[in-house]
Design a protein around this ligand. Structure first.
Ligand code: GLU
Ligand code: MG
Length: 444
């Protein structure tokens, strides 16, 4: 879309507000809203905001930041209250006052890795996310609860109350907004759902998943539910993952992971890519699983991975290769959860995968595992040299801090800021007395 087309869409659809949106370091969506009459200013990159109050942005003395709207991200938001005129949005890149991309902008950080990938002759990284979420009933006063929307389980068709209708309404809204919804189904946990939409290039995929979460939350709330993307909201129930399907693509050769003549029909590039990611999986954890609660999901027995290994079918591995081959050959990263900042997680995965492609020799690629790892003893795991993922946020921070490759990805601005924020979070958790402790020790 060009500027003129956008202006006429705004006019034709009586859009009165435009939301200029971006994502902060922690993955939260931030936005400045402007009246549609300021569209010229927006298109000339003149909309400013104060970066000093946004997590991971700038210090006080250089607070002004400029928003550069991506024309291809223009979207009418039909789920917003349209009684005072419609709302549309742009996803923006963040620029400094001297006209340079802001080095701490997660979207820019991802774009830089995409540039490096192009430098290697790879045209695109295609990404398809599979976000999972729970629907919990809101209390009569609007406060949140953890009462599930139903008692159903995996692929059940008729949950016992409204959860299914809400899921369908979400899927229809997404379609209306241009998402190509692939499937929606009930997940394993009570009130747990999954909606998947078509893969696209990595930056758009991250933009989309941010929008997706907004839509899911809005529609759920309208129907009296809280949609929760918390990685492990309920004890002894399945957690919320956000499986991330990746494939590398070249205009000339198609899907670069497919090789009909190789073992498992997976190209050498694919195996090196997997090896690169697995070698750095522990460091990557702080990006793919960034909150205290993420590590309560990564435990054995709930289809979430705890080992850095790969296989063609096994759901206990971090990387699974779905059965389809040909142009749909892809690697599914099963560790990622919906609290991840998608731009940073993908920038990290891409950098580690590319490093694998560039530096790993064919004889050194990590072989796939065939067994169900959950059935093996700790001893057997050790003998096979299989790496365990961090068990706590604290452990993940330690790996991350030592990571040269991720220091390079996040850059000198964001790397220390990210660590600082995560250490603060850990300390806050670590020094809080929990319900578990009270139950267990109060009477001692
Ligand atoms: N909910 C599982 C997780 O925590 C994944 C289930 C599935 O295979 O879709 O990752
Ligand atoms: Mg699922």
């Amino acid at each position: 879309m060009n500027q003129e087309e956008i202006k006429s869409i705004i006019e034709e659809n009586s859009i009165s507000y435009i939301r200029m949106q971006f994502t902060d370091m922690l993955g939260d969506i931030k936005a400045v809203e402007i009246p549609a009459s300021r569209i010229e200013d927006a298109l000339e990159n003149k909309i400013m905001f104060d970066g000093s109050s946004i997590e991971g942005f700038v210090r006080i003395k250089e607070a002004d930041m400029y928003l550069h709207p991506g024309l291809d991200t223009f979207l009418i938001l039909p789920f917003e209250d349209n009684s005072v005129g419609g709302v549309a949005r742009f996803i923006c890149d963040v620029y400094t006052p001297d006209g340079k991309p802001f080095i701490g902008d997660p979207r820019y950080i991802l774009k830089k890795e995409v540039e490096k990938m192009r430098g290697l002759g790879i045209d695109d990284l295609y990404v398809g996310f599979e976000p999972e979420f729970y629907l919990f009933k809101l209390n009569a006063d609007g406060s949140v609860s953890t009462n599930c929307s139903d008692k159903a389980s995996y692929f059940d068709l008729s949950p016992f109350d409204g959860g299914e209708d809400v899921r369908r309404e979400i899927a229809l809204m997404l379609e209306k907004m241009g998402f190509e919804v692939q499937a929606s189904h009930h997940e394993v946990g009570p009130g747990q759902n999954e909606i998947t939409f078509k893969y696209t290039d990595v930056v758009s995929a991250c933009d989309r998943v941010q929008t997706f979460k907004q839509v899911v939350k809005m529609i759920a709330r309208k129907n009296g539910y809280l949609a929760s993307f918390m990685p492990k909201p309920l004890n002894k129930q399945a957690g919320n993952g956000m499986h991330t399907n990746c494939s590398l693509y070249s205009k000339e050769k198609g899907d670069l992971f497919y090789d009909p003549n190789a073992s498992m029909e997976l190209s050498a590039m694919c195996k090196k890519w997997i090896t690169g990611v697995l070698r750095h999986a522990r460091e990557l954890s702080l990006l793919t699983n960034p909150v205290v609660n993420s590590y309560k999901r990564l435990v054995s027995g709930y289809e979430a991975p705890i080992y850095a290994c790969w296989s063609d079918a096994n759901r206990s591995s971090l990387v699974r290769i779905p059965a389809t081959r040909g142009p749909a050959t892809r690697t599914e990263f099963r560790n990622v959860d919906p609290c991840a900042n998608p731009y940073l997680a993908l920038a990290g995965i891409l950098a580690c995968g590319l490093k694998g492609i560039e530096t790993v020799e064919e004889k050194d690629v990590i072989p796939p595992v065939k067994d169900n790892l959950f059935a093996l003893s700790e001893e057997e795991i050790k003998v096979r040299n299989i790496i365990c993922l961090p068990e706590t946020l604290h452990e993940a921070i330690q790996y991350f801090k030592r990571s040269e490759i991720l220091k390079g990805v996040l850059g000198e601005h964001l790397f220390p800021k990210y660590i600082e924020a995560k250490e603060r979070e850990w300390k806050e958790y670590h020094t809080t007395v929990s319900e578990y402790e009270l139950k267990k020790y109060l009477g001692r």
